[in-house]
Structures are given as structure tokens and as C-alpha cells.
Write a protein that binds this ligand. Structure first.
Ligand SMILES: [Zn+2]
Length: 70
């Protein structure tokens, strides 16, 4: 399984082999929301909600499956 380095905590993050650019993942170590910005090699950035239009807020909450950890 491919891995990349979390930009928040510098830990390895496992990425699904079928991950595509623009997909979002969360870091198991620090819980940061990350977005795939490159695939060869895999690069990820901290996901910033400001990039999303307000009209997509409902979809965003649907994706926020990590929130029940808090
Ligand atoms: Zn992390």
C-alpha cells in the first residue's frame, strides 16, 4: 500500500492504491484532513475548507466521518 508523509505531523499516512488526485484522506496520527495533490510520488496537503464553496457545506458534513471521534 502506498504511503505519503503527513504535512502536519510528519508521520507516514497509508493511501489507498486507487486514490486519485483531489481525494481526501485523514491522518491516523493527528487526524488532519488531507487532500492528495500529486500521485507520482504521492503528495498531500492539509485540506482547507476555505477552498470549498459555501453551497457545498452540506456535502462537506457528509464527508466529515471523523467528527464522531471528538
Ligand atoms: Zn498527521
Amino acid at each position: 500500500m502506498p504511503t505519503s508523509i503527513c504535512p502536519e505531523c510528519d508521520e507516514e499516512v497509508y493511501v489507498d492504491a486507487e486514490t486519485e488526485q483531489g481525494d481526501r484522506v485523514s491522518c491516523d496520527e493527528c487526524g488532519a484532513q488531507l487532500v492528495i495533490v500529486g500521485l507520482d510520488p504521492i503528495e498531500m496537503d492539509v485540506y482547507e475548507e476555505a477552498e470549498v464553496d459555501h453551497k457545498d457545506d452540506e456535502d462537506l458534513e457528509a464527508y466529515d466521518y471523523e467528527s464522531d471521534r471528538y
